[in-house]
Write a new protein. Structure first.
Ligand SMILES: Nc1nc2c(ncn2[C@@H]2O[C@H](COP(=O)(O)OP(=O)(O)OP(=O)(O)O)[C@@H](O)[C@H]2O)c(=O)[nH]1
Ligand SMILES: [Mg+2]
Length: 89
């Protein structure tokens, strides 16, 4: 399997702080502590790309990552790490 390259693009709570939506983007929705950030690290093969914790509420902002290199496409794409649905506002 071809290695992925991934980089953190930015962090923000509101759309004006997010990257412009020019690339295909995927996000995982779920409760806190179910492993959304861990899944992003697993997909990108980088352990500390997205921050993970045993304590719910670790991801506070929307974190964007630019990803490149897949089996089928040479086009870059984006992953968004979301706060848990039940995380404090
Ligand atoms: N046993 C097990 N634990 C996992 C797995 N994936 C993640 N974890 C653990 O679950 C905890 C929470 O993982 P996170 O990836 O931070 O969860 P999250 O959904 O991003 O949490 P929030 O940022 O709070 O919304 C961590 O202690 C992880 O090590 C898994 O597949 N199996
Ligand atoms: Mg998280």
């Amino acid at each position: 399997m071809k290695a992925l390259q991934a980089e953190h693009l930015g962090s923000g709570r509101a759309p004006e702080h997010w990257p412009k939506p020019t690339l295909p983007e995927y996000a995982f929705i779920g409760r806190s502590n179910v492993g959304k950030s861990s899944l992003i690290n697993m997909l990108c093969h980088i352990n500390k790309l997205a921050r993970v914790s045993n304590t719910p509420g670790r991801t506070r902002n929307v974190e964007h990552f630019r990803v490149e290199g897949t089996l089928k496409s040479e086009r870059p794409w984006m992953l968004a790490d979301l706060p848990g649905m039940d995380s404090p506002k």
